[in-house]
Design a binder for this molecule. Sequence first.
Ligand code: NI
Length: 170
Amino acid sequence: MGAPVLRQKARELSPAEIKSPEMKNLIRDMFETLEDYEGIGLAAPQIFESIALAIIHYPTDEAPKVIFNPKITVLDETKQGYWEGCLSIPELRGFVERPRKVKIDYLDLSAKPASITAEGFPATVFQHELDHLFGVLFIDRIVNRPGETLLSFTEEYVRYHLKEDSEEVD
Ligand code: NI
């Protein structure tokens, strides 16, 4: 956090760029980074590439998703909240409320149009990662209310806020 690239709108990619060998290398590096920090999503601006690319692999997902040039549409405005963390904001957790159901239109690895509908926990994961492509961080989405702790260091999060069955966005 603090690197200007995290606040820029990421550039969309052409089909030729998406299908290039350089892109395959970049995506491989991103999956290695994601595994190293045991995360469930990573966006290209987080590795200092201001391009509209994100990878997502959450535990219940059958296969990892590679998303280019996404457009997000809210299908259900009803808010749901999860504690979120981020590789770009280490040692902090924030409780963020987001719409519970979204549709993502994007280009896949072959630069073909595709779409995903996500609800519940995966909907939050997609919104967190795709926010990175528009210069938005989870801390921007925290609506603070007096008397409530919605932003916490990881240590205090584990001590006071972590519930055994809770899913984490990281
Ligand atoms: Ni993040």
